[in-house]
Design a binder for this molecule. Structure first.
Ligand code: NAI
Ligand SMILES: O=C(O)[C@@H](O)C(=O)[C@H](O)[C@@H](O)CO
Length: 319
């Protein structure tokens, strides 16, 4: 059992607190926004109930267990007191992270490991020199209590064994840490996702297809094969001569990256910021907790089917 502090109780932080609690660890959760910290309890309880009902958490795990495993703290100092692992899950804003790491340098135990959940930022320059020896990235995917991939990357001065120790902890929690030798923005899966995002936002901004049509193309065209074949096993079934021809013909040129998307900016300006706001690219009427619950129930059913079916690609490949 480790003492874990999770800083940031938003979309990821509340869910990470639940993951570490289910992994048998003692969690302290904090957030600079008191409403968000208060809301986290209900979100954790809803997610826990869904996991228990779906057979993805121990049947005897109640909200009482959760209350024992995860405590919420308004004070950052209290949250990190005695912490062995500090999970940073605050906003993806470099200056906010830098300021937090400066506070943590003063407050955290000397041997505490700093693990950032950043999606794309090179956080290591934001961390004080004295903390570099225990600085890493542990990047999770939403929802982390169902998606098992965790990108684990050592900081440039991280001591040998730190990432390995955290990876052992994650494997013991049933997670799949994928280690990268050095930081690249977006790691592997997030880079793939960012490349998809570049393409689909271009298609939407240029009016080639609607968001619904683009998602339908992904769901009805790509999604069925990915869990079984990934990219490379699928290529083997396609035939590598064709892969060569596509390269040789230079058939595809990615859109030029742009710092914004007109459609995305319009949605945000209209307050359509996603499920928690009741709308984003789609309308999301009703209680957000119920929507997260509905998503999680479908993800659990799919994850269990995938576990049953098995895969022909990746490191668990079985023929
Ligand atoms: N949302 C997602 O699907 C994923 C997000 N991430 C990364 O995780 C991090 C958090 O993302 P989200 O949970 O989506 O953000 P969020 O906006 O939902 O939550 C961030 C929380 O940080 C709090 N915060 C800001 N400054 C703080 C400080 N100094 N001390 C304590 N709390 C502070 C905010 O009040 C907010 O509640 C980001 O680095 C993001 O890139 C990684 C994987 C997936
Ligand atoms: O998809 C995820 O959960 C993660 O890859 C993320 O970091 C965020 O979604 C972010 O990259 C925006 O796509």
């Amino acid at each position: 059992m480790a003492r874990v502090a999770v800083i940031g109780a938003g979309t990821m932080g509340h869910a990470l607190a639940l993951v570490f609690a289910l992994g048998g660890h003692r969690v302290r959760l904090t957030d600079s926004n008191k409403e968000t910290l208060a809301r986290a309890q209900g979100l954790m309880e809803t997610a826990l109930a869904t996991l228990v009902a779906g057979g993805e958490a121990p049947a005897d795990w109640t909200s009482g267990h959760l209350a024992q495993a995860v405590t919420r703290h308004d004070s950052l100092a209290e949250a990190v007191d005695g912490a062995e692992l500090i999970v940073e899950a605050i906003i993806e804003v470099p200056e906010a992270k830098r300021a937090l790491y400066e506070q943590l340098d003063k407050l955290a135990p000397a041997e505490a490991i700093f693990a950032s959940n950043t999606s794309h930022l090179d956080v290591f320059p934001l961390i004080p020199a004295a903390r570099q020896r225990k600085a890493m990235i542990a990047h999770w995917y939403t929802p982390p209590y169902l998606v098992d991939l965790v990108d684990v990357i050592p900081g440039p001065e991280c001591e040998k064994g730190v990432v390995e120790g955290v990876s052992d902890m994650l494997r013991a929690m049933g997670k799949q840490p994928i280690g990268l030798k050095k930081f690249v923005p977006g790691y592997v899966a997030n880079r793939i996702q960012a490349a998809i995002g570049l393409e689909v936002q271009h298609l939407l901004d240029e009016g080639v297809a609607s968001a619904e049509e683009i998602d339908a193309a992904i769901i009805h065209g790509l999604a069925l094969r990915l869990p079984i074949l990934g990219f490379y096993a699928k290529a083997d079934f396609t035939g590598l001569a064709l892969m060569q021809a596509v390269k040789r013909n230079n058939s595809y040129a990615p859109p030029k990256p742009t710092p914004s998307s007109p459609v995305l900016d319009k949605l945000v300006a209209e307050g359509r910021t996603g499920v928690l706001a009741g709308a984003g690219y789609y309308d999301w009427p009703g209680d957000p907790a119920a929507l997260f619950e509905a998503r999680d129930k479908k993800l659990i059913a799919l994850k269990q089917a995938m576990r049953e079916i098995g895969t022909m690609a990746g490191m668990e490949r079985k023929l």
